[in-house]
Design a protein. Structure first.
Length: 195
């Protein structure tokens, strides 16, 4: 198996889907097994870029749509709104009825879906806490507490806690957190001298 694969959206074969939908089977094309992903392109305004459906089947997937090109008009449970390129639309409820049509010719919507079993990496909490450290240390501490609930022995979370403690002038707490982070990941010792 190759270490990586690439594909340009326009090189993935366009196949007819239900009604006016044009489907690009991204997941199949790249051999992705961790989640479902596809792309839908409407060459004509008014054509579907998300077929009318719910996910309340046996799979019960959450779905995320990303408008990559053009403008899509989404209708979710009867409520309509326009989503220009760059817009994410997330549907955590599988039974929500969804449909989208192209407002402009060439509109392309990417879809991602799967069961809600994903565990985020500890770095998500670490980066969020680091961004809050100076302006909102209490908020940073809350983010870290939430992260420790998922990853109690994450070296990066303990390291970020050490940075937060140091930033707040809590020397002993900072050194204790740093020592634990280095115990979990010795390579952090080098980063500590710069931070």
């Amino acid at each position: 198996m190759p270490r990586y694969r690439t594909a340009h959206l326009d090189d993935i074969p366009a196949l007819p889907g239900p009604a006016t939908l044009t489907w690009r089977p991204v997941r199949h094309h790249l051999g992705i097994r961790a989640f479902g992903t596809n792309a839908y392109t409407a060459e004509v305004a008014g054509h579907d870029v998300v077929e009318p459906h719910t996910e309340s089947t046996d799979l019960a997937h959450e779905e995320l749509y990303f408008v990559a090109r053009g403008v899509a008009r989404f209708t979710i449970d009867g409520e309509s709104f326009d989503a220009p390129a760059g817009t994410y639309v997330f549907l955590p409820e599988p039974e929500a009825h969804r449909h989208a049509v192209a407002v402009e010719a060439g509109t392309t919507v990417l879809s991602f879906g799967g069961p809600p079993v994903f565990t985020p990496s500890a770095w998500e909490w670490t980066f969020r806490a680091a961004a809050l450290r100076a302006e909102d240390p209490a908020g940073a501490r809350e983010v870290l507490a939430d992260g420790f609930g998922v990853h109690p022995e994450s070296p990066s979370l303990h390291y970020e806690l050490a940075c937060l403690e140091a930033h707040q002038g809590h020397r002993d707490a900072a050194l204790a957190s740093l020592a634990h982070a280095i115990e979990l990941e010795p390579r952090l010792r080098a980063a500590a001298s710069d931070d």
